[in-house]
Design a protein around this ligand. Structure first.
Ligand code: SAM
Length: 346
C-alpha cells in the first residue's frame, strides 16, 4: 500500500527512473579502470590526474567521479578546492579487477550484454523471447550459442559465472549436509568454482563437471589447476548425451535457463542415472511463495526472459518439477544471500 508521504511526493518513482544511470555509472567506472587505477596508485589523486591516466575528458570524468562518491564507491578529500579521490573499502574488495573477490566480470557482463538486451525489454515482453539479435546484431538460437560465439565472449561469460561463487559459494554448498554424497556430478558446472567450494568443504567427495566441450577446454586451461585432483571433467551435452552415474547431481543456475518441458526431460534423465539414496541439488534464486518478492529474484526472472528461455520459481514450483521427475523429500533452503538451494532425494 502506498504511504501518504509517497502520494504527496513520489521520491521512490524518481529514484527508480534514475536506476539505470546508477548501474551504468558503476559499469563505466569499472570499464574505464577508475577503481583499478586508484588501487594501483594507493593514494588519493585528482580528477585531472585520473582523466589524464585514463585518457578521458576532465569534465566527463568529474561528473562520473561525483556519482561514484554519491554511491559510496569512492571517497573524496578536498585540498585547496580540489577533490582527491580514493576507493572505498567495498570498491577495493569487489570492483578492483585483481581482487580475489572481484565482481568486475559481473559488472562487465551486465554492461555489455544485459544492459544492451534490456533496451529491448518491451519487445522481449511482447514476444516472450531473448533479444540478442536486436541488441547485439547476432542472429542467434539461444544464450549459449551467443555467449560462446568467440573466445573473448566465452571467457567473459565464464569469468562472470565464476565470480559469484567466491562470495557465496560456501553458503549454497553448506545449505544442506552433503557429506554422505561422495560421487558428485555438477551438470553445467562451467568454471568449476562451485565444485572447488564443494571439495574443500566435503573432503571425501569428488566432482565430475559435465559441460559443453568449449567450456570444459577453457575451464581446464584457465580455471581448474591440474593439482586439483578431486575435480574431473566430462565434455558433453546433458540433453543429448548419457549422464554419468552419481550420488549427487548439482545443477546451479541451470533450471532457470530452460523451458518447463526441457527441465522436466533433463530432471527425469538425471533421476534415471542417480544412485538409489542419492539426490539432486538445485541452486537458484527463490521467489516467495506468493510471488511478492524478493525484488532481486523478480528481476532475475526478467533477466532470464531477455537472455534465455527460462524464469525463476517459487519453492512449490521447484517441488512440483522435482516430484514430477521422480524425486521425493524435497526441501528448500533460503540462504539469505543471492542463491538458495533446493534438494530432492531418490
Ligand atoms: C548459467 S550457466 C551456470 C554455470 C554454473 N553452474 C554456475 O552456476 O556457475 C549454465 C551452464 O550450463 C552449461 N550448458 C548449457 N547447455 C548445456 C548442455 N546442453 N550440456 C551441458 N552443459 C550445458 C553452460 O555451458 C554453462 O556452463
Amino acid at each position: 500500500m502506498s504511504s501518504s508521504e509517497e502520494l504527496e511526493y513520489p521520491q521512490k518513482l524518481l529514484d527508480y527512473s534514475d536506476g539505470f544511470l546508477i548501474s551504468k555509472a558503476m559499469f563505466t567506472a569499472c570499464d574505464l579502470g577508475v577503481f583499478d587505477l586508484l588501487h594501483e596508485v594507493q593514494e588519493p589523486i585528482s580528477t585531472a590526474t585520473i582523466a589524464s591516466r585514463l585518457n578521458t575528458n576532465v569534465d566527463g570524468m568529474a561528473s562520473l567521479l561525483g556519482v561514484c562518491v554519491g554511491l559510496g564507491l569512492l571517497k573524496v578529500d578536498m585540498k585547496n578546492n580540489e577533490g582527491y579521490y580514493s576507493n572505498t573499502e567495498v570498491s577495493s574488495l569487489y570492483l578492483v579487477k585483481s581482487s580475489p573477490r572481484t565482481l568486475y566480470h559481473t559488472m562487465m557482463f551486465h554492461s555489455n550484454v544485459m544492459y544492451m538486451c534490456c533496451y529491448f525489454l518491451p519487445q522481449a515482453v511482447r514476444e516472450g523471447k531473448c533479444q540478442y539479435e536486436r541488441a547485439l546484431g547476432i542472429p542467434s538460437k539461444g544464450i549459449f550459442e551467443t555467449m560462446y560465439r568467440s573466445e573473448e565472449s566465452l571467457l567473459a561469460f565464464i569469468n562472470y559465472m565464476d565470480s559469484i561463487w567466491n562470495i557465496c559459494g560456501k553458503d549454497v554448498i553448506r545449505a544442506f549436509d552433503l557429506s554422505m554424497f561422495h560421487t558428485v556430478c555438477d551438470l553445467g558446472g562451467c568454471s568449476g568454482n562451485l565444485a572447488k567450494q564443494l571439495v574443500s568443504t566435503y573432503k571425501e567427495s569428488t566432482v565430475t563437471i559435465m559441460d559443453l566441450p568449449k567450456v570444459v577446454q577453457t575451464a581446464k586451461k584457465h580455471f581448474v589447476k591440474d593439482t586439483e585432483q578431486k575435480i574431473h571433467f566430462l565434455e558433453g551435452d546433458f540433453f543429448n548425451d548419457p549422464i554419468p552415474e552419481a550420488d549427487l547431481y548439482i545443477m546451479a543456475r541451470i533450471i532457470h535457463d530452460w523451458t518447463e518441458e526441457k527441465c522436466l526431460g533433463l530432471l527425469r534423465k538425471i533421476y534415471q542415472s542417480c544412485r538409489p539414496g542419492g539426490g539432486v541439488l538445485l541452486v537458484e534464486v527463490l521467489l516467495n511463495e506468493d510471488k511478492s518478492g524478493p525484488l532481486s529474484s523478480q528481476i532475475w526472472s526478467l533477466k532470464m526472459l531477455v537472455l534465455a528461455e527460462g524464469k525463476e520459481r517459487t519453492p512449490s514450483e521447484y517441488t512440483k518439477l522435482l516430484t514430477d521427475s521422480g524425486f521425493r523429500d524435497i526441501e528448500c533452503k533460503v540462504t539469505g544471500k543471492i542463491y538458495d538451494a533446493v534438494m530432492g532425494r531418490k
